[in-house]
Write a protein of this length. Structure first.
Length: 91
């Protein structure tokens, strides 16, 4: 795993362990890894997914989560573009 991807992955692990406002986790799942080199990756080299139980949890993550702010700051130093998508699962 390239060094930058390893840094991002380690920060995702930290978020998964530390993201507990009010003593309970608000992130259901965090996973990160390197993208496969093909056209679907569109030049992105690191991919991550975070799964939340509610919109309230997403809003906390975006606005008040200190560990997420660290990840966002780290991501700015290791890549040039970011793509973030919010979606509702239909499954």
């Amino acid at each position: 795993m390239p060094n930058n991807a390893l840094k991002v992955n380690n920060e995702c692990v930290t978020i998964n362990r530390a993201a507990c406002p009010d003593g309970k986790p608000y992130i259901k799942l965090v996973d990160a890894g390197t993208a496969q080199e093909d056209q679907r990756a569109q030049g992105f080299t690191i991919a991550a997914i975070s799964t939340f139980s509610s919109l309230r949890d997403i809003n906390f993550y975006d606005s008040r989560c200190i560990t997420q702010q660290r990840l966002r700051n780290l991501a700015k130093t290791v890549n040039q573009e970011l793509s973030m998508v919010y979606f509702n699962s239909i499954l």
